[in-house]
Design a protein around this ligand. Structure first.
Ligand code: G6Q
Length: 550
C-alpha cells in the first residue's frame, strides 16, 4: 500500500527551518501593537499592498513586519509550493487519496491551451461542453426552447447539493444584476421536503425547467429531489412521460445513471472526475449561472478566473495575491492560535459568498492527517464564516472588537456600486474603512477618558485594537471580477494545504454520516422493530420518531 502514497519530498512542517524561525519570531511580534507598527513606519500601507487582475489587496493591517513576510515566504519555498503549483496546473494526480488530477484551472483555460491527463488533452472537451451549454442557454433565453405544452421556459430550478449547489446559488446572487429579469431562478438542495415545496409553490410546470446537477448522479438529496420534481412536473403536464425531455436536463459525469433517470444524454452536460465538487462552478455545474447571465457574461467570469490562475502560476510569491493571503492565514492559525477567519463582504450581492467559501475552505482544509497519513501536530483549516456588512456590524462585530478571541477579517468592497442611490455607497464604504481602522488601532483608556467618560465606564469602552484584517478592493462587481475573487480564495486554500501537507481535494469526512443515515432511514421506515446496534441516545431518538409514525 505504501507505494500508492506519493512520498513527501519536503521536511515535515514543524522541522522546516522557517517554521522554527516563525515560532521564535511570533514571540517578538505577539506584544507589538498595530498602532506602533503604523506610527513607526510611514511606508507601511504602500509596502504591504498588492494590485493585480483588478484586485487591490491592502494587507498592512496585519500583525506582520518585513521579517514575518520574509519567513512566511521562506516557509512557502520550504513547503515546495512552486513545485506543487506546477504539479496542479499540469494535471498531476495531486489528490492522492482519490488518485485524481485537480484541474479546475482547465475549466477556464483558453482554447489554444493543452493540458494532458492520462495522455489526453482535456481542453478541447471543456470547450465542447461550454459551446453546448451556450447553444442550449441561447435557445432557452430566446424562447426557442419550448416546454411540453409549447410555452417558453420562464423558471429554472437547479437541483443539487454541496458543490453542485453552493457555487450556482452564490454566483446567481452575486451576478443577479446581470441576469435576465424575465426569468425566475430557484435552487433546491435540502432533503427536507420544504425546500422543494417552497421552491415550486408559485411556479407553473409548463414553464419550468429543472437542472439536475450531480457529479455522481447518486447523491441521496439530489436524486430524491429530482424524483419529486419529476412527479410534480409530470402531474402538472398531464402525466405524459415524454414531457421529461423538455423539462429536465442533467449535469453529471455519470451518463449511465442519467439515462436510468430518464434524461436523454442529448440533454446532459458533461464534466469530469478531475473537477472537485467545490471547484465545479465553472464546469457544466454552472449551467444555471449561464442561463441567468448569458454565455458572454459566463465567459467573462471564466476569464476572470483564468487571470487569477495565471497570476498565481507565474507571479513571484512576494507579489502573489493568493500566496500572501494563504500564508497570512497560516500565520494566524498556527502561531496566534486563531480559530476562525471572518469574510465580510460590503456588497449585498455577495451575501452568499461567505457560505460558498465555507465549503471551499473547510471541506478542503478541514483535515487532520498529512499526505503520508500521519496525524498533524499543528492546526490546519480554520473556520470560515461571515455575513455582509454593514449588517454584521449590528450583531457579531461586538465580539470581533471586544471579545477574547482573535478573528482575522477579510473585508471585501467595491469602489463603485451597481446601484447608485444617493449617498448610500459612500456610507457603505465609509463603514468598511472605519471597521478595519477601529479593529487595528482600537481606542485607548486615555482616549476614552479624554471624552469625559466616567471612570467606572472606561474599561467597557476601551478597544484593545491590534485585530488584524485584509481589505480587498475591486472597482465594480462584474462577472470577471467575481471569477478573479473566487480564484483568489481557491489558490489561497491551495497554498495553505501545501504548507500543512494535507490533501485539500478529498472529503472523506462527509462519508460516515452518509452511511449511517442510510441505515437509520431504513430503521425509521421499517414496519418491524429495528434491531440496529446503536448507542442508547440514538436508539431513543429512533424510538421516539417511530412512535409518532407507526
Ligand atoms: C464537494 C463535495 C460535495 C459534493 C456534493 C454533491 O467537493 O464533494 O459537496 O459536491 O456531495 O455531489 P454530487 O454532485 O455528486 O451530487
Amino acid at each position: 500500500m505504501a507505494t500508492e502514497v506519493t512520498p513527501l519530498t519536503v521536511k515535515p512542517l514543524t522541522e522546516r527551518p522557517s517554521w522554527q524561525a516563525l515560532e521564535a519570531h511570533y514571540k517578538e511580534i505577539a506584544g507589538v501593537h498595530l498602532r506602533e507598527l503604523f506610527a513607526n513606519d510611514a511606508g507601511r500601507a504602500e509596502r504591504y499592498a498588492l494590485e493585480d487582475c483588478g484586485l487591490f489587496l491592502d494587507y498592512s493591517k496585519n500583525r506582520i513586519t518585513d521579517k514575518t513576510i520574509k519567513l512566511l515566504l521562506q516557509l512557502a519555498a520550504e513547503s515546495g509550493l512552486r513545485d506543487r503549483i506546477d504539479a496542479m496546473f499540469s494535471g498531476e494526480k495531486i489528490n492522492i487519496t482519490e488518485k485524481r488530477a485537480v484541474l479546475h484551472t482547465a475549466l477556464r483555460a483558453p482554447k489554444a491551451t493543452s493540458i494532458l491527463v492520462d495522455g489526453e488533452d482535456v481542453v478541447p472537451p471543456v470547450h465542447e461542453v461550454l459551446d453546448k451549454m451556450a447553444a442550449f442557454c441561447n435557445r432557452v433565453r430566446s424562447g426557442e426552447w419550448k416546454g411540453h405544452t409549447g410555452k417558453r421556459i420562464r423558471n429554472v430550478v437547479n437541483i443539487g447539493i454541496g458543490g453542485s449547489d453552493l457555487g450556482p446559488v452564490m454566483a446567481y446572487e452575486a451576478l443577479r444584476y446581470y441576469s435576465d429579469r424575465a426569468m425566475t431562478f430557484r435552487f433546491v438542495s435540502n432533503i427536507d421536503g420544504t425546500d422543494f415545496a417552497e421552491a415550486v409553490i408559485d411556479l407553473n410546470p409548463d414553464e419550468t425547467l429543472f437542472i439536475v446537477a450531480s457529479k455522481t448522479f447518486t447523491t441521496l438529496e439530489t436524486m430524491t429531489n429530482a424524483h419529486t420534481a419529476r412527479e410534480w412536473s409530470l402531474a402538472g403536464l398531464g402525466g405524459d412521460e415524454s414531457a421529461v425531455a423538455k423539462h429536465f436536463v442533467a449535469v453529471s459525469t455519470n451518463a449511465k445513471e442519467v439515462t436510468k433517470f430518464g434524461i436523454d444524454t442529448a440533454n446532459m452536460f458533461e464534466f469530469w472526475d478531475w473537477v472537485g465538487g467545490r471547484y465545479s462552478m465553472d464546469s457544466a455545474i454552472g449551467l444555471s449561472t449561464m442561463l441567468a447571465i448569458g454565455p458572454e457574461n459566463f465567459a467573462a467570469m471564466l476569464s476572470g478566473f483564468h487571470k487569477m490562475d495565471e497570476h498565481f502560476r507565474t507571479t513571484p510569491f512576494e507579489k502573489n495575491l493568493p500566496v500572501i493571503l494563504g500564508l497570512l492565514t497560516v500565520w494566524y492559525t498556527d502561531f496566534f492560535d486563531a480559530q476562525t477567519v471572518a469574510i465580510l463582504p460590503y456588497e449585498q450581492y455577495l451575501k452568499r459568498f461567505p457560505a460558498y467559501l465555507q465549503q471551499l475552505t473547510m471541506e478542503s482544509n478541514g483535515k487532520h492527517v498529512t499526505l503520508d497519513g500521519n496525524h498533524v501536530t499543528y492546526a490546519t483549516g480554520p473556520i470560515y464564516w461571515g455575513e455582509p456588512g454593514t449588517n454584521g456590524q449590528h450583531s457579531f462585530y461586538q465580539l470581533i472588537h471586544q471579545g477574547t478571541r482573535l478573528i482575522p477579517c477579510d473585508f471585501i468592497a467595491f469602489e463603485k456600486t451597481l446601484n447608485p442611490l444617493g449617498r448610500h455607497h459612500a456610507m457603505l464604504i465609509g463603514n468598511v474603512f472605519a471597521q478595519s481602522e477601529a479593529l487595528a488601532l482600537g481606542k485607548t483608556e486615555v482616549e476614552v477618558k479624554a471624552e469625559g467618560t466616567p471612570d467606572w465606564l472606561v474599561p467597557h469602552r476601551v478597544f484593545e485594537g491590534n485585530r488584524p484584517s485584509n481589505t480587498i478592493l475591486a472597482e465594480r462587481l462584474t462577472p470577471e471580477v467575481l471569477g478573479t475573487l473566487i480564484a483568489l480564495y481557491e489558490h489561497s486554500v491551495f497554498t495553505q494545504g501545501i504548507v500543512w501537507q494535507i490533501d485539500s481535494f478529498d472529503q472523506w469526512g462527509v462519508e460516515l454520516g452518509k452511511v449511517l443515515a442510510q441505515r437509520i432511514i431504513a430503521e425509521l421506515e421499517s414496519p418491524t422493530e429495528p434491531t440496529g446496534n446503536h448507542d442508547s441516545s440514538t436508539k431513543n431518538l429512533i424510538r421516539r420518531y417511530r412512535n409518532d409514525h407507526h
